[in-house]
Design a protein around this ligand. Structure first.
Ligand SMILES: Cc1cc2nc3c(=O)[nH]c(=O)nc-3n(C[C@H](O)[C@H](O)[C@H](O)COP(=O)(O)O)c2cc1C
Length: 198
């Protein structure tokens, strides 16, 4: 693959909100390719800490119920809003595939390294999604991260739920991303004679 093609895929990958997706089902093979890519992510000491649980079709009914229940359990009583609960129950129908993202620590390295590895895994999956014309949106928030949701997807301590990635075709033209320039985030210590060509 050309580096320029890879760079362009990385820059073009986008996360598109659930209300701007088509609910049409996706081939399972595409999700398998995303998760195979995730499995190649860098990780420390072969911990391979990423864990995924995939919901599609009618399996989303119970997931929506879990989100709604988690919202009820997590929201302070004075802030409870029945409409917000309904949105949690129904959002699952807006994207055809929902993937729970778990982090199972290997126990030999600090947790942040495992979280970083899971981040790399999700990004790999998102790049495959983008190559298929799909958005893959990593979402968190109260109902998504609540321990009730973690239990529902079968994760228990020390394994943690790090959110969900929902996947689907956009119903809008593919959006342009925005980033501040990368140069402003880099400090160089490049003490190499210019005549070496590097
Ligand atoms: C771990 C993680 C959790 C996120 N959770 C949310 C979220 O709950 N709600 C949200 O609007 N964006 C959330 N985002 C941001 C979006 O997933 C997305 O990355 C961001 O909008 C940038 O868009 P882009 O991916 O198209 O560049 C989260 C990102 C990460 C990495």
């Amino acid at each position: 693959m050309l580096t320029s093609d890879l760079l362009s895929l990385i820059a073009q990958r986008r996360s598109i909100k659930q209300n701007l997706l088509k609910p049409d089902p996706l081939p399972r093979e595409w999700i398998e390719q995303m998760l195979e890519a995730a499995n190649w992510a860098p990780n420390h000491g072969d911990s391979e800490p990423w864990r995924f649980s995939v919901f599609a079709g009618a399996a989303r009914q119970a997931l929506g119920e879990a989100f709604a229940q988690s919202y009820r359990l997590g929201i302070p009583a004075e802030k409870y809003n029945p409409l917000a609960e309904k949105i949690q129950a129904e959002r699952v129908w807006l994207a055809p595939v929902w993937i729970a993202v778990g982090m199972q620590p290997g126990g030999h390295h600090p947790e942040w390294e495992e979280v970083a590895a899971v981040g790399a895994a999700v990004h790999a999956a998102q790049l495959v999604a983008a190559s298929l014309g799909l958005s893959a949106f990593w979402t968190s928030g109260l109902a998504v991260l609540h321990e009730n949701t973690a239990r529902f997807v079968g994760l228990q301590a020390p394994t943690k739920l790090l959110g969900f990635v929902y996947v689907g075709h956009p119903s809008i033209p593919w959006p342009r991303g925005v980033r501040r320039d990368w140069q402003s985030k880099v400090e160089w210590h490049w003490d190499v004679p210019s005549n070496t060509g590097f």
